[in-house]
Design a protein around this ligand. Structure first.
Ligand SMILES: NC(=O)c1ccc[n+]([C@@H]2O[C@H](COP(=O)([O-])OP(=O)(O)OC[C@H]3O[C@@H](n4cnc5c(N)ncnc54)[C@H](OP(=O)(O)O)[C@@H]3O)[C@@H](O)[C@H]2O)c1
Length: 245
């Protein structure tokens, strides 16, 4: 039985992960801002202990990590999943939205790492899984605020993998395609190969138990995105324009 720390557990993929891992008998610390949703999650599953906090606030994360470690023991695996998605194009630059995306999606991960890595290094163990996205592979239309945060996380995860492996700390990157959640409910286009949050959680848990760096799904969609990501700009931009028109 392990202690999983999950950010963004009040809805979508994070909530599905919290429910699946707790029903497998693990201790789950569920973190997000919406207290009522977290309280419901805790009532529904005795293995879930929930804490209201904002990942963009370092001291919230410090306090929660101290408290949950006292309650459920040292954290074995942190799934850094909290995220914000507002479709925003390059023609509508709004620096406060861009700042918020970076503070939640990128600095929200860094804040938890800041609190966790010293403890993981001292025990020579620990597992970090960072929620990226296939939207981080290359620039996409109406993804100017969101996409760069996921590209930054992909770079961060690779750097962490290299730096933390010698300490016995496992680092993985999660790159989903489209998942049906509150975040994607705002999209006004047909999302190819969209899957449920429950299916996404099942695939993530399978991936966490393996040793591959990247956990990416669904396979067909990911392979198209990976193929596009290695194309030169002269090919990539007209193909993306055509696909997304
Ligand atoms: N859905 C997709 O197609 C898809 C694809 C690729 C990657 N992802 C990534 O998957 C992750 C989960 O997204 P989702 O699709 O499950 O969307 P979601 O249902 O909107 O979940 C987002 C979660 O993040 C939490 N959150 C947002 N801002 C926060 C903050 N400042 N502090 C703490 N928690 C915060 C939200 O809780 P509160 O509002 O209660 O704080 C919520 O629990 C995100 O990182 C997203 O980028 C999603």
């Amino acid at each position: 039985m392990s202690h999983y720390f999950i950010t963004g557990a009040s809805s979508g993929i994070g909530q599905a992960l919290a429910l699946a891992l707790s029903s497998d008998g693990h201790h789950v610390t569920a973190v997000a801002r919406r207290l009522e949703r977290l309280q419901k999650l805790q009532t529904d599953s005795p293995n879930i202990n929930s804490f209201a906090g904002d990942v963009s606030n370092l001291s919230d994360m410090q306090n929660i990590i101290e408290e949950c470690s006292r309650h459920s023991g040292p954290i074995d695996c942190a799934i850094l999943n909290a995220g914000k998605y507002v479709p925003l194009g390059g023609a509508d630059i709004n620096s406060s939205e861009f700042y918020d995306h970076m503070m939640v999606n990128y600095m929200g991960v860094v804040h938890v790492l800041d609190c966790l890595i010293p403890a993981f290094k001292s025990t020579g163990s620990g597992h970090i899984a960072i929620m990226g996205s296939t939207a981080g592979y290359r620039g996409l239309p109406r993804s100017a605020a969101y996409g760069p945060t996921k590209a930054a996380l992909a770079n961060l995860a690779e750097a962490l993998y290299l730096d933390l492996e010698p300490y016995g700390i496992k680092v993985q990157m999660i790159s989903p395609g489209f998942v049906e959640t509150e975040a994607t409910a705002v999209n006004d286009f047909k999302m190819p190969q969209i899957i449920s949050a429950h299916t996404a959680a099942t695939k993530i848990i399978k991936g966490l138990n393996r040793n591959q760096f990247e956990i990416c799904f669904p396979a067909g969609f990911v392979w198209v995105m990976k193929l596009l990501s290695v194309l030169p700009h002269a090919l990539y931009t007209p193909i993306i324009k055509w696909i997304t028109k």
